[in-house]
Write a protein that binds this ligand. Sequence first.
Ligand SMILES: NC(=O)c1ccc[n+]([C@@H]2O[C@H](COP(=O)([O-])OP(=O)(O)OC[C@H]3O[C@@H](n4cnc5c(N)ncnc54)[C@H](OP(=O)(O)O)[C@@H]3O)[C@@H](O)[C@H]2O)c1
Length: 240
Amino acid sequence: MNKTILITGASRGIGAACVAVAQQCGLSVIATARSSDKLDDLQRLHPTIQVIVADISTNKGRKTIADKVNQPLDFLLHNAAVLFPPKKLIEVDSSEFNQSISTNVEPLLFLTQALLPQLTQAHSKARILTMSSRAANNAYAGIGSYCVSKAAALMITNILKAELKPLGILINNYSPGVVDTRMQKTLRSSNDEVFPYSSDFKKLKNNNQLATTSQVAQHILQCFMSLSETAFSANTLDRL
Ligand SMILES: NC(=O)c1ccc[n+]([C@@H]2O[C@H](COP(=O)([O-])OP(=O)(O)OC[C@H]3O[C@@H](n4cnc5c(N)ncnc54)[C@H](OP(=O)(O)O)[C@@H]3O)[C@@H](O)[C@H]2O)c1
């Protein structure tokens, strides 16, 4: 009996690394993102995975995903997110702000909702992780929309913790630390005047102190597959 994991934001970064590790763990993998070319590359590397091209910031994209998952779902990693180049919050326009919310927050609720039939069919209690960040608890100037979205994501996850328990579904936040991905590069592309942590991140990169996507993916899969129910459901799971 192969258990199944669905990973959003699987076209690059932490999500793509999780696809590789999940495969090694013997899971059936469903990988989703918008970039069909990147998902095709991923499928060439891992021929048995199922890929779904969808924009999770829309109801249509979320329905596309739910309609194409035709088996019980044991693990769900809400990993996809957007972070725009740093800018003062007071200068952010509504389309950028709304895109942060529709991508980083809404799927946690509405994609989970759409996948409830498959999650409640899981072989044992289904487990969901939502990707959190230090930005959920800290007011970092320069990435205000992202902070707001991750704070909302944290709250949604904590509320769903109680609401999904009676359905036999476990959910928690996961904080990966500082990881060498395109999102990190976006943060380093700024300057300290707009984003005061830019030079700290540049130092971490220059000193080879950023975590690799593979380290993070190993830890995420360990949390999904090896933690006890109590440990999985405790406070935010933090890699550090
Ligand atoms: N990197 C870090 O240091 C760090 C730290 C803390 C938390 N995190 C969190 O970890 C997660 C992964 O981050 P990452 O660094 O790996 O980011 P990344 O390299 O920028 O990857 C983001 C992924 O999200 C997907 N995505 C974005 N918008 C989407 C949309 N509308 N619909 C579907 N997919 C969408 C992208 O695919 P497409 O563009 O192909 O759609 C891509 O696969 C995020 O939740 C992030 O907030 C990262």
